[in-house]
Design a protein around this ligand. Structure first.
Ligand SMILES: Cc1cc2nc3c(=O)[nH]c(=O)nc-3n(C[C@H](O)[C@H](O)[C@H](O)COP(=O)(O)OP(=O)(O)OC[C@H]3O[C@@H](n4cnc5c(N)ncnc54)[C@H](O)[C@@H]3O)c2cc1C
Ligand SMILES: NC(=O)c1ccc[n+]([C@@H]2O[C@H](COP(=O)([O-])OP(=O)(O)OC[C@H]3O[C@@H](n4cnc5c(N)ncnc54)[C@H](O)[C@@H]3O)[C@@H](O)[C@H]2O)c1
Length: 440
């Protein structure tokens, strides 16, 4: 049986960032992956989504400038956009394997299951590890309802060769807001159905409501307080049934959250505890078995489950395994973005907490040159300052929120004030040159 210093299970951003860091510390490493190498982000998550959003952004820019240089909005050609996307996604899995070979990291395709605390089995072969890193990520949850076999997921949507005419997204989270924006811009009729009145609950409620107003203007329909009970097929059409209400569509996508990939690992044989939200870890990302660490989406955590968070954790875990790191994990503030149209982004503390004596300042930026020059309908920021006037959090609504939020993240991490940035010269006119007007 072959023995390794560390066996990494899962080749997403969490697993691979751990593997490369472990190899750099001269460890013998094996990575095991059961599906596409590279995991969710580059194959069926952030990257393909953002390529499709690129087409939407270009079209929306022209839409905003109708009568201001443009007289018509060009149609978004789904097949062409999908082919462009595939030029990115198709080579990912083979490239990731090639890169691992070049780095001298052993890798194996198959499902890993523990036999005991030190041994895993893959396709009938066994491997022993002194340490393990569990980075098996999550998969979309499918509602356990009658007709669930008709439900599709974000993975299916991102791979659609043809775009159906009428679509429903169940759930008012990231996936629904982003994929509904893409489908609508490409010409589908789209409805988001949500089970209460508060979609995107992690984001500022007022900004979410303002985003919904604009999405409705773009033709996306919303149905709130809809408790989906079953899906039926009648001829070529699907019916989503919720009590007395029913909605018709050609395709229905379930976007009600994601669940951890733990079942096939047989964690009980390795004495690793987990809940339905993920693998339980301590503040050193160590599982209930001290030789086994876990990172990325598969762990149970309050933080947002995002690519840069998974990368950060993968690197930390590698330092922990090689004992280069003594401290508990210390996360910086985490920016998170919904790539709809408009975009909504948030970072740090954004709620007024009396005991921290914070102040929230709302700035409407629509008339600022940055937004007015491209005729954005609404651009708004909410900034949270502590009593020393340092920025500690922000929420942004705009087509350019994804870029501004990172400048605000730098301002929080570096404790930037207006006095400091007034000493700097930024390229003008840019989002960065707005920064002095946003800080105290
Ligand atoms: C549609 C979509 C859009 C997203 N957009 C963004 C975005 O814009 N920005 C952002 O920051 N985040 C985004 N995310 C979230 C981001 O993709 C994840 O947070 C990130 O990919 C998690 O990485 P990971 O390494 O933890 O897991 P994954 O990338 O999921 O990797 C886990 C891997 O483990 C493998 N595996 C599972 N079980 C086993 C087993 N027993 N044996 C062997 N292999 C196994 C899986 O096949 C998978 O490849 C998006 C997610 C989705 C679904
Ligand atoms: N831009 C990004 O960073 C990005 C984009 C996509 C996905 N992601 C990651 O993927 C995760 C999954 O995204 P998601 O949108 O599937 O999940 P989510 O957790 O963001 O949203 C799911 C939504 O579905 C609702 N819901 C739950 N049960 C429901 C039901 N029966 N009927 C109707 N609504 C219901 C929830 O209240 C919630 O609003 C995200 O939490 C995030 O970690 C990130």
């Amino acid at each position: 049986m072959k023995e390794y210093d560390t066996i990494v299970i899962g080749s997403g951003v969490a697993g691979l960032s751990a593997a490369y860091e472990l190899k750099a510390k001269q460890q013998q490493v094996l990575v095991i992956e059961e599906n596409l190498w590279g995991g969710t982000c580059p194959n069926r998550g952030c990257d393909p989504k953002k390529i499709l959003i690129g087409g939407v952004e270009a079209r929306n820019r022209i839409k905003q400038l109708l009568g201001k240089g443009f007289s018509e909005v060009p149609p978004l050609n789904w097949q062409e956009l999908q082919s462009f996307k595939r030029t990115f996604t198709d080579p990912v899995s083979a490239n990731r394997q090639k890169e691992l070979s070049q780095a001298g990291i052993d890798h194996l395709t198959g499902t890993a299951s523990f036999l005991d605390e030190e041994t895993v089995e893959v396709l009938g072969k066994t491997f022993r590890g002194k340490h393990f890193v569990l980075a098996t990520g999550q998969r979309p949850t499918i509602l356990p309802i009658e007709g669930k076999e008709f439900l599709q997921t974000s993975t299916d949507f991102l791979a659609l060769a043809e775009l159906p005419k009428q679509l429903i997204f169940i759930g008012g989270g990231y996936v629904s807001f982003e994929l509904a924006t893409i489908a609508r811009a490409a010409g589908s009729e789209v409805t988001i159905v949500h089970h209460n009145q508060r979609p995107l609950k992690e984001f500022d409620e007022e900004l979410v409501q303002e985003a919904i107003v604009q999405m409705k203007k773009a033709g996306i329909q919303f149905a709130f307080d809809v408790d989906t009970q079953k899906i039926t097929r009648q001829n070529e059409k699907l019916q989503l049934i919720a009590g007395k209400e029913s909605f018709e569509a050609d395709a229905i996508f379930c976007a009600t959250g994601r669940q951890p990939n733990v079942e096939s690992l047989h964690l009980e044989r390795a004495n690793v505890d987990f809940t339905k939200k993920g693998i339980i870890v301590n503040e050193c990302l160590q599982t209930t078995n001290p030789q086994i660490f876990a990172c990325g989406d598969v762990i149970e955590k309050q933080l947002p489950k995002l690519t840069p968070v998974a990368t950060f954790e993968g690197q930390y875990v590698a330092q922990k395994v090689t004992q280069q790191q003594q401290k508990t994990i210390n996360y910086p503030v985490i920016p998170t973005i919904v790539y709809g149209s408009p975009k909504i982004a948030t970072v740090g503390t954004t709620k007024i907490e009396e005991d921290r004596q914070v102040e929230t300042v709302t700035q409407e930026m629509t008339s600022w040159f940055t937004y007015h020059r491209v005729n954005e309908p609404l651009a708004k920021v909410k900034l949270c300052f502590n009593k020393e006037n340092f920025l500690i959090g922000a929420s942004v609504l705009s087509e350019q929120a994804d870029e501004l939020i990172d400048f605000l993240t730098i301002a929080i991490n570096q404790r930037l004030t207006k006095e400091i940035v007034d000493q700097w010269i930024f390229g003008y006119p840019t989002l960065a040159s707005d920064l002095p007007y946003l800080l105290k």
